[in-house]
Structure formats: structure tokens, C-alpha cells
Write a protein that binds this ligand. Structure first.
Ligand code: AHR
Length: 539
């Protein structure tokens, strides 16, 4: 078995691994010089990196299983407390994590979605062939989604139908939502209850057009993408200039294989040669943490092997972002285009007894650690990665919230998003440290991960993740370039790496206050095994 040390200096430098024959007890490797197990961090608060956009903490809500119906929408006549059909408990929970944007209506569903079915008093019942083959009542449509976005205070991110829709259909939808002129479409919107146009800050031009979105070649997609970028226009009077303009996100890669590097190359080459008549402001990247699509890991009741394998797999996000950033940098050295990781998260085997097409899964402490590791990767790439959307928001895949009729619970992943709120729109601050290694059966992972940022009030925010399931970590951080007058923190952990919250026991994995001390400009804190902690240090 190869042992390795992990060094992070704002970035993880390498993934070290090896091969072992049989499981053995968890083994922690103490880095030389770290005999006492103390991890020393150097926070260079005098140096500023890019802004960690709040849009890295975006959500994704597809018409899939109970992601919308039951999870967000219960209907106006429901006994479940709601505002215009949207459940109040879910809205309140989402407001607390300051959801910056929500991508909707898909996903693969977006390329089936015909927006006219979801407006007006009479809604057509259609099909949802990809996700369980169920009927789609269309009772949650444009007005309901945009009402929901307003209720939670999030920016709408609309994915238009490039696969089975038309350019005209997409153009009409944008006019319907955004025009303040007395056009037939704007008047129809008013007749349906909304006089004022909506702002649409994000537009996805198709979804996975290399696969469920139409199995297109990159060249074919690029031709369609240009037409949609040209004609699906935002007419909102306050979105015509500068950073208020709608960001158009083209379909980007879904992996690191040659077909995906070719895809990124093709889109970027087209953008380089763009004319006055069309433009885009970003391309997407989709990447799920899955090891074997035909035999997915389970979401609950896994052992340390399942913990180590999934975390090792999730760290590949860093290499994938680098790979596509390198291509983008060749065409766009000034980083004008955003890389939008607009689908990410863990994808496990369906919950026992559930419809496999509904992608229902529980959410454990492992997922909280996975979320923190990914958010840290996005923050380190914040110069290019400016949008990210975890899949998905409620009841689907790595959800924030699970519901069952009137009951609702907050998942361990939700709590990480809540802990990370201070990072929204904060400025990246470099941290260097020797992470040490946690090893299990030939898999070596960085024992500690950390990021830091300066928030709008001048506070230093520090996140510490202890991947080691057994050993606490004593952290000593030097805080260069800042004063430190007070510190407060919260930590998230649970009895085991597979601990979950249930409707019967909803607080098994829930944040608690974390004690930390400041001594002569140094921060000292001990973080528990298998934990995610966030500290706010006042100047
Ligand atoms: O999030 C579930 C599905 O995963 C989305 O619909 C699709 O875009 C991706 O393949």
C-alpha cells in the first residue's frame, strides 16, 4: 500500500493511492513533524483571491419523483400549510440557507418540457418518460416556479428545451416571462396573474445534449445553441446592461473522456469565433459521484470501505474542473466565461421500496463531508467556476430536504450549506497546510481539508473538514494579515459516517457550537472525527 502526505496550498496537489488486498482497520498516517497530531494551517489573510460567488451554492429542482410534487408543491387546497400551493416549511428551510439560484425544470426533463402546458387555468396532463414514466400534471409551471423562487429569495435559472422544442418556443417563453411591452405574450402573462415581468438572470441552453438532451454531435449542438442564444432573448428593461444581463449557459461536458474534451473544445472554438448576433456567458459541467452506474453504492448502512471509496471518487471533481478549465483558458484567457457545475452530488442506489425512476436516496454524514469537499474545490476554482447547482434540492439524489406528506427533515448536506452561508460572495483567502493522510484498505485521502475567505464585513471565515472517521484533529492556524478579536464556530458530525436524520430522529446529524480559542494571533481548535466545521473570526 502506498502511503502519502497531502499538501494543500489553496489547492490539493495530488491524489495518492495504492492497492491493498483486504480490509484492515482504519489507519491514520501522521505526517512527519506532526507527531502530536497537530495540523498547522497558515491563513494568508493579507492576500485576496477571487470572489466565491454565492451562485456556487445553487440548487437544482427537476420535475422528477417528489422533487417538485410533494416536495415543493402541494397545491392550494392542501392541508399542508402553503402559500399559493408552495409548502411553507420547505420555503422557510430554504430561506435559511440563502439559496442563490434554482435551476428548473430539468435536467433531462427540460428537453421534454413545453412551457405552454404549464400556464393558464387549464393544464395539459403530459408524460414524464425519463423519470418513472408517470404523468406530469403541469400544475407547477412557469408562474408557480417563479413564485417559488421569489418566496425563497432565489434567482431563477431556466433551462430551455433544445432537444424537442423549437427556437420559436424558447423565444416566446423568454418574451412571455420578461417583456414589459404590450405584446400578446406579455398580455397573456398578465391575464394569467402576473403583470410585471420577471427577471431571469440565468438561462441554460439545453441539457446534456450529448446524451438525454438529444445525443447530438458537438457541431450540431453548437449550431442549435447559437440560434437559441440569438433568439431566446431577455427583454426585461432592467436586464439590458452590464452585470444585470442574463447569463446564457451552453451545454458543456459530462466527464473527462475524449468525447467531452472535444465537446468543450468545439463550444469554446465557436465562442471564440462568435459574431455580434449571439453570445454565451458560460458553459456547464455535470459530474456525479458514482463509481459504477450499473451497481451503485448504497446511501445508508455502508461500511468504512463505502465511505473511503465515495470520498476518493468525489475528489475527482478537482481534476475534471482543471481539465476543462485548461481548455477554456486557451480560448478565454481572461476567464470571461463561467464554468457552471450545474449538476453535481452523490448518486446512490434508489431507496429500498421506492420507484427507481424517482431517484430517492437517504443522505448521511458521508454526504455532508462530500458536500464540503466539493464546495471547497469550487471555491479554489472560483476564478472560473462561478455557478454550481447540487442535484437536487428536495427528495431527489443528494437533497437538502426530505419530505413525507406533512413531515419534513433537513439532511446532513443541508446543514453544510447552512454552515457555508458566510462564504457566499466572500473573497477567497489562501490557506496552506499539510493535511496528513487518512488511509483505508489502499485508499489514501487527505485527512484534513480547509478553505478560508473574507466576508463583506471583514470577518475571516474558515472551514475545516476532518475526513478521518476516528481521530480528532488539533488545528493551530496562524492568521497572517489580519487581527483576530473573537471567534465563534459550529461543527457538524454524528455517531458514525453513515449516520442519517430520519423523520423519527431528525437531529442525529445537526450542527452544534464549536469552541475555539485565539492566542497571540493564532487560532486553536480541535475538530471531531468525521466532521465539517466553520469558524467566523472577527477582526
Ligand atoms: O439529476 C438527474 C439527471 O441527471 C438529470 O436529469 C440529468 O441532466 C442528469 O443526467
Amino acid at each position: 500500500m502506498m502511503k502519502g502526505r497531502w499538501i494543500a496550498a489553496g489547492v490539493l496537489l495530488a491524489i495518492l493511492g495504492g492497492c491493498g488486498q483486504s480490509p484492515r482497520p482504519s489507519e491514520s498516517v501522521t505526517a512527519p513533524g506532526n507527531d502530536a497530531g497537530v495540523v498547522t494551517l497558515h491563513v494568508d489573510a493579507g492576500t485576496s483571491g477571487p470572489v466565491i460567488s454565492r451562485h456556487l451554492f445553487g440548487q437544482f429542482a427537476e420535475h422528477l419523483g417528489h422533487g417538485i410534487y410533494g416536495g415543493v408543491w402541494v397545491g392550494r387546497d392542501s392541508p399542508i400549510p402553503n402559500t399559493r400551493g408552495i409548502r411553507n416549511d420547505v420555503v422557510e428551510a430554504l430561506r435559511a440557507i440563502k439559496v442563490p439560484n434554482v435551476r428548473w425544470p430539468g435536467g433531462c426533463f427540460a428537453d421534454y418540457y413545453h412551457w405552454r402546458n404549464g400556464i393558464g387555468p387549464r393544464r395539459a396532463v403530459t408524460l414524464n418518460p425519463d423519470w418513472g414514466g408517470v404523468t406530469e400534471p403541469n400544475t407547477f409551471g412557469t408562474h408557480e416556479f417563479l413564485d417559488f423562487a421569489e418566496q425563497i429569495g432565489a434567482a431563477p435559472f431556466i433551462s430551455i428545451n433544445v432537444g424537442s422544442g423549437t427556437v420559436q418556443e424558447a423565444a416566446d417563453w423568454l418574451e412571455y416571462m420578461t417583456s414589459d411591452q404590450p405584446t400578446a405574450l406579455a398580455q397573456e402573462r398578465a391575464a394569467n396573474g402576473r403583470k410585471e415581468p420577471w427577471k431571469i438572470p440565468f438561462l441554460g441552453i439545453g441539457n446534456e445534449s450529448w446524451d438525454c438532451g438529444g445525443n447530438m454531435t458537438p457541431e450540431f449542438y453548437v449550431d442549435l445553441m447559437k440560434m437559441h442564444a440569438r433568439f431566446a432573448r431577455n427583454y426585461h428593461p432592467e436586464q439590458q446592461e452590464g452585470d444585470k444581463r442574463m447569463l446564457r449557459i451552453a451545454v458543456g461536458p459530462g466527464g473527462g473522456e475524449p468525447r467531452f474534451t472535444e465537446w468543450t473544445e468545439t463550444v469554446m472554438k465557436a465562442w471564440t469565433n462568435r459574431k455580434w448576433s449571439w453570445d454565451i456567458e458560460g458553459i456547464s459541467l455535470h459530474n456525479y459521484t458514482v463509481i459504477d452506474w450499473d451497481d451503485k453504492h448504497v446511501a445508508t448502512g455502508f461500511d468504512e470501505q463505502g465511505y473511503a471509496e465515495i470520498l476518493q471518487a468525489t475528489l475527482k471533481m478537482d481534476g475534471l474542473i482543471r481539465q476543462h478549465t485548461d481548455i477554456m483558458d486557451r480560448y478565454d484567457p481572461d476567464r470571461q466565461l463561467a464554468l457552471a457545475v450545474d449538476e453535481w452530488g452523490a448518486w446512490y442506489a434508489p431507496a429500498p421500496g421506492s420507484n427507481p425512476g424517482f431517484l430517492e436516496q437517504q443522505n448521511s454524514l458521508r454526504d455532508a463531508i462530500l458536500a464540503a469537499l466539493n464546495l471547497n474545490i469550487f471555491a479554489r476554482h472560483a476564478g472560473r467556476v462561478r455557478i454550481a447547482n447540487i442535484a437536487q434540492m428536495v427528495n431527489v439524489l443528494q437533497a437538502m430536504i426530505l419530505t413525507d406528506g406533512p413531515k419534513m427533515l433537513l439532511t446532513p448536506t443541508y446543514h453544510v450549506f447552512r454552515l457555508y452561508v458566510p462564504f457566499q460572495d466572500a473573497t477567497f483567502v489562501p490557506v496552506s497546510f499539510d493535511a496528513g493522510t487518512w488511509s483505508w484498505n489502499g485508499i489514501s485521502l487527505p485527512r484534513i481539508d480547509a478553505i478560508a475567505a473574507r466576508d463583506g464585513e471583514g470577518n475571516l471565515v474558515l472551514s475545516l473538514t476532518n475526513v478521518d472517521p476516528h481521530r480528532p484533529a488539533s488545528i493551530e492556524a496562524t492568521l497572517d494579515g489580519t487581527t483576530a478579536s473573537a471567534v465563534s464556530g459550529q461543527t457538524l458530525t454524528g455517531p458514525a459516517v453513515d449516520s442519517i436524520n430520519t423523520f423519527e430522529a431528525p437531529d442525529v446529524v445537526t450542527p452544534r457550537p464549536l469552541e475555539a480559542v485565539l492566542e497571540e494571533g493564532r487560532l486553536k481548535v480541535t475538530v471531531e472525527p468525521r466532521s465539517v466545521s466553520v469558524l467566523v473570526i472577527k477582526p
